[in-house]
Design a protein around this ligand. Structure first.
Ligand code: HEM
Length: 156
């Protein structure tokens, strides 16, 4: 893929960093609502928290996860980093794909179960798993550890 000019690359990097930042912000709001639902004695407050999660969490996380993924793919493909050339990029790619898929197969059904049962249940996990994985991704992005995946390139 053609390399981007410095301005275009910085614009994509800005979108990428903003998407990752908003993603973590949505995780924090999600944690607040799950925390309120887990600790309140008032059933209507608990249900309101589940309804709030039902309204905002899945669309916001899918949007930020997809923008982060697409901008990350452009940054990788349009630079010397590639997608599977460096460990730090490849691991972030896997984390991004897993987290985005988990929104659909883990979070969305957990919210529906909480609405039906009026209990936090499996909803306790997403506000822990998602920020921990995101913080790992942030750390990898900044420190860029572990170098290249394959040290020697095939000659043929
Ligand atoms: C999992 C969520 C992700 C987070 C939280 C994240 C975070 C970041 C951050 C904070 C930067 C800026 C680093 C810097 O300028 O020093 C960055 C840059 C970058 N990210 Fe991501 N990223 C994520 C996903 C991805 C994905 C999926 C890819 C590629 C498939 C990717 C590829 C890149 C590349 C190539 C850069 C450019 C590094 C540079 O030019 O210095 N990222 N990422």
């Amino acid at each position: 893929m053609k390399r981007f000019g410095p301005r275009t690359r910085k614009a994509i990097l800005l979108v990428h960093i903003l998407a990752a930042g908003v993603w973590l912000g949505v995780d924090v709001v999600m944690a607040v609502f799950v925390g309120v639902a887990a600790t309140t004695d008032d059933p209507s407050t608990r249900m309101l928290s589940f309804r709030a999660l039902d309204t905002f969490a899945v669309p916001s996380l899918l949007t930020t996860g997809t923008i982060s993924l697409l901008s990350g793919l452009l940054l990788g493909l349009g630079s010397r980093y590639g997608l599977v050339r460096y460990w730090w990029v490849a691991v972030k790619l896997v984390l991004n794909l897993i987290l985005t898929a988990l929104v659909l197969v883990g979070l969305a059904p957990a919210i529906q179960r909480s609405l039906e049962l009026a209990a936090v249940g499996d909803l306790a996990y997403p506000p822990v798993v998602s920020p921990v994985c995101l913080l790992i991704a942030y750390t990898l992005a900044v420190f860029k550890p572990w170098g290249r995946i394959s040290k020697s390139r095939p000659t043929a």
